[in-house]
Design a protein around this ligand. Structure first.
Ligand code: GCU
Length: 435
């Protein structure tokens, strides 16, 4: 299995979407041996900065949660602005008989500052026609444009910049018709709609192009008074912050759409966008369920575990994802005042789901499981059952109550199996299980 790992790194760092390549020496140094993991003790989520213990859900909510959120803002993802004034939504596409009549397709352009020459994003939304309204919804960012999530020819082809990729049909920085439906298997739109859920997505590059200088033509510059000349402070937001902010703005829209039950929106994401869904769920408590698919380092995986990708590697290859201060922990992750189990704990008492894949050792599946495990004491304060197992379950055996987990057989991807678990989890928590 490990022989495939360097390929994954190579693939991700050149062919897919990344900034700087991961160097050969770093690839050689990556640890994939569980016996060699020498993890420093994790910070205790239930101890206040003052050293006092947290013994009630009230003390968590009122005192400790704000402290932990602050630590993540100051050290990992940075501080994001709030909802902008003057934001406008415009329905720019509508078809009541999309997907052979199964769903209504809406395209909503969001003008963040209300100005038509200002920053914007386009939400693609499918609402099941057969279901009683309002319906619960899934919301997540996509990697290659809204037109890639299904082969529905009515989806507007993205005109935003994207990295060239022959397989994805992206040429000279722009999508072509060839990319329509490129990620259909990852989105399972029809399946989700048939289960009675609306499903919404946004191209993450609408918010910020994913490379070190991407912010200059993205949201962060557009919302900064110094624009592309901004000098970022150690705790200013990074790209993950900007992408997560976009998810919150999409939720602002969903709150205005009468077809949607905005109190039942599950935010989800894969890989770097799984890191993003976790940060969105942590920083915006309106998200009712939070799902992370193969999110790895800087996502669900414990930072202190030296297995697969490390802080040193991620801050070198993708410095723009995090706040500038995060890079100062590159070679001394144990000095970080937080670890990722506390990010999971920030979802409490809301249901959270963590998914891993057997061939995705780069993302440290065991470290992803353990962050859920170590978030359990916080869920226990709310009398919510967590994973319900003492150790990582065998592959393809989903577990958990308020903290869901599975290790899927296979590679770094989102598959029908993953969706099946997310739908069952949402059914259970949104009270649809027996209908
Ligand atoms: C790289 C990166 C990961 C990230 C992944 C992705 O592999 O090292 O941290 O999750 O890209 O987003 O595809």
């Amino acid at each position: 299995m490990n022989s495939r790992l360097p390929l994954r790194i190579l693939f991700c760092s050149t062919a897919l979407l990344s900034a700087a390549p991961v160097h050969a020496a770093e690839r050689r140094d990556v640890n994939y041996d569980e016996a060699k993991v020498n993890m420093a003790p994790l910070p205790d989520p239930l101890v206040l900065n003052s050293g006092k213990p947290v013994t009630s859900s009230r003390a968590w909510t009122k005192q400790r949660r704000p402290e932990v959120l602050e630590l993540f803002q100051a050290n990992v993802y940075g501080r994001s602005p709030g909802k902008p004034k003057g934001m406008k939504f415009e329905i720019t596409g509508l078809d009541h008989l999309a997907l052979d009549g199964l769903a209504t397709r809406k395209e909503i352009t969001v003008w963040f500052t209300g100005k038509k020459d200002g920053p914007k994003m386009t939400i693609l939304l499918y609402v099941p026609n057969g279901a009683k309204k309002p319906v619960p919804a899934f919301l997540g960012l996509n990697f290659y444009g809204n037109h890639t999530v299904d082969s529905d020819p009515g989806i507007t082809l993205s005109t935003a910049w994207m990295r060239d990729n022959k397989d994805a049909g992206v040429v000279n920085g722009r999508a072509t018709d060839k990319s329509r439906g490129f990620q259909t298997s990852r989105w399972q739109i029809e399946k989700v709609v048939r289960r009675g859920y609306a499903t919404a997505t946004i191209y993450y590059g609408d918010l910020e192009p994913d490379h070190a200088d991407g912010w200059k033509t993205g949201l962060r510059a557009a919302l900064s008074k110094d624009g592309a000349n901004t000098l970022w402070k150690p705790d200013d937001w990074g790209a993950i912050g900007a992408w997560a902010w976009g998810l919150s703005r999409a939720l602002d829209y969903l709150e205005t759409d009468k077809d949607i039950n905005a109190k039942q929106v599950a935010v989800h994401g894969h890989s770097r966008l799984g890191k993003t869904s976790l940060w969105a769920g942590a920083s915006d408590e309106r998200f009712a369920i939070v799902i992370s698919n193969d999110s790895g380092e800087g996502g669900a995986a414990l930072t202190r575990r030296d297995f697969g990708e490390t802080t040193a590697i991620i801050t070198k290859a993708f410095p723009h994802w995090f706040c500038p201060r995060y890079a100062t922990y590159a070679s001394n992750a144990p000095t970080l005042p937080v670890d990722q189990h506390e990010l999971i704990a920030l979802m409490a008492p809301r249901p959270v789901y963590i998914a891993s894949a057997t061939e995705d050792q780069w993302a440290d599946p065991r470290g992803e499981f353990l962050s859920g495990k170590n978030a359990e004491p916080v869920y226990a304060l709310f009398k919510k059952a967590g994973l319900g197992v003492a150790d990582q379950p065998a592959a393809d055996h989903p577990v958990g109550n308020f903290i869901g987990y599975h290790l899927r057989t296979g590679k770094h991807d989102i598959t029908e199996f993953d969706w099946e678990q997310y739908l069952n989890f949402a059914d259970r928590h949104f009270g649809k299980a027996k209908k």
